[in-house]
Design a protein around this ligand. Structure first.
Ligand SMILES: Cc1cc2nc3c(=O)[nH]c(=O)nc-3n(C[C@H](O)[C@H](O)[C@H](O)COP(=O)(O)OP(=O)(O)OC[C@H]3O[C@@H](n4cnc5c(N)ncnc54)[C@H](O)[C@@H]3O)c2cc1C
Length: 404
């Protein structure tokens, strides 16, 4: 019988793990150990409505405080798990040891940092948690010019919010187009036009040589093109890396994430790993993948919680993700890596269209721009391994649901 589950990390995946255990009437003890001071909360609004000041912090919480008010819940916030002793089945924190029957690693990821001149100046920000955004908002209140390093989702979402707040916005990106890791050239071009049309300056194919400062505070960005762009604050969004050290030190296998099977189990049958920190096998795409998305965190957490309760649930779903920029909702289903052609469905000028990616005829992924129906219907086609006719895919008068 499982008497005590310890969850390491108190983010999105941890919050869902606890919620799923409660829903399944798990009657053992649940110990949640997280190094942030907050109850589990949702990160997506951090670079969207919370940054814009349109959402209070309480609304970020995954569940209200009373949800955790259960006799078998033990919440340890502002507490870091420092090691795992697998032979004794216990974790260590700064405050002592906790024994476990099952351990769920939900340690998430952390931002990649720039190691360049001026990186420690005040006003250079990263964006991962509530405290980061509170600091950014304080600076935004008195700033005129913001420079954003990195034109991925987070960089572009911050650009959209800052522009709507009336700041001068300059985005500097090393790659030749925005969101180049995840979308095709026409979708990048669409977003570049949308941002440029609202007055955002974009410097593509441009690296960063350092930050300049005045009295300890950032004043500008030196680019690889030898320009200096003036800035009152900087937000760096250049990607994340999974928090795998705890697992690695305990001898668990790591391969771009904590290696788990399709039931979210690590090589140790008593330890699961869920969310951003884990790498799982994918039947749909082959090989092992690590995802950075809410959907993945939630579904893996449900799978692990089911496993703890003795159910045999397999996690193998089409990944999906979204990004909000201005009035544009980008919804991505599937992974487009390895595509050999793409098809545009709809008219980009209408600001509602989709880009569908195929490999050897099979539908791999879709980027749906203000096109929720295409997103939903493509997701089903991807899951079914459909090989739709590209001409019919491109025809908005043909329902995608008819192409399965
Ligand atoms: C600004 C932003 C916007 C995003 N927007 C979207 C979006 O629009 N759509 C989408 O699908 N996804 C989005 N994401 C990604 C999504 O939020 C993550 O994929 C999700 O939070 C992953 O959940 P997680 O529980 O695995 O990790 P996290 O939410 O990162 O939680 C992990 C927690 O574990 C803690 N921790 C780490 N190590 C330890 C330790 N040793 N001891 C104790 N605690 C520890 C961390 O501090 C953290 O609190 C966004 C992320 C960010 C940062």
């Amino acid at each position: 019988m499982v008497e005590r589950v310890v969850v390491a990390g108190a983010g999105h995946a941890a919050g869902q793990t606890v919620a799923s255990l409660k829903q399944k009437n798990f009657d053992g003890e649940i110990v949640l150990v997280g190094d942030e001071p907050w109850l589990p909360y949702q990160r997506p609004p951090l670079s969207k409505k919370y940054l814009a000041g349109e959402l209070p912090a309480e609304r970020l919480l995954f569940k209200p405080e009373r949800f955790y008010d259960e006799p078998n819940f033990d919440l340890r916030l502002s507490t870091r798990v420092t090691s795992i002793d697998r032979s004794r089945r216990r974790i260590a924190t700064e405050a002592g040891h906790v024994d476990y029957d099952r351990l769920i690693l939900a340690t998430g990821s952390r931002v990649r940092r720039l190691m360049i001149d001026g990186a420690d100046l005040e006003g250079v920000h990263y964006l991962r948690n509530i405290a980061d955004v509170d600091r950014i908002r304080t600076d935004l209140a008195s700033a005129r010019k913001i420079v954003i390093i990195g034109a991925g989702y987070i960089g572009l979402e911050v650009a959209a919010v800052a522009r709507q707040l009336g700041l001068e916005v300059h985005v500097v990106e090393m790659a030749g187009r925005v969101m180049s890791r995840v979308v095709s050239p026409p979708v990048s071009a669409f977003f570049e036009r949308e941002h440029a049309g609202r007055g955002v300056k974009l410097s593509l194919s441009t690296g960063i040589a350092g930050f300049t400062g005045r009295d300890g505070r950032v004043a500008g960005v030196k680019t690889s093109r030898d320009e200096v762009i003036a800035a009152d604050l900087i937000v760096v969004g250049i990607g994340i890396q999974p928090n795998t050290e705890l697992a690695a030190e305990a001898g668990l296998e790591i391969d771009n994430g904590i290696v788990v099977d399709d039931r979210c189990r690590t090589g140790d049958p008593r330890i699961y790993a869920v969310g951003d920190c884990s790498a799982h096998p994918s039947r749909i795409y082959g090989g092992r993948i690590r995802l950075e998305s809410v959907h993945n965190a939630v579904e893996q957490a449900k799978t692990a919680a089911a496993g703890v309760c003795g159910e045999d649930v397999v996690y193998d779903q089409v990944p999906w993700f979204w990004s909000d920029q201005y009035d544009i909702k980008l919804q991505i289903a599937g992974l487009s890596d390895g595509y050999d052609r793409f098809v545009i469905r709809g008219d980009k000028r209408s600001r509602s269209f989709s880009c569908l990616y195929l490999a050897e005829g099979r539908l791999l992924a879709v980027d749906a721009v203000n096109a929720p129906r295409d997103f939903m219907q493509s997701k089903s086609l991807i899951a079914a391994g459909a090989t739709p006719d590209p001409d019919r895919l491109a025809d908005p008068d043909t329902a995608l649901s008819d192409l399965g």
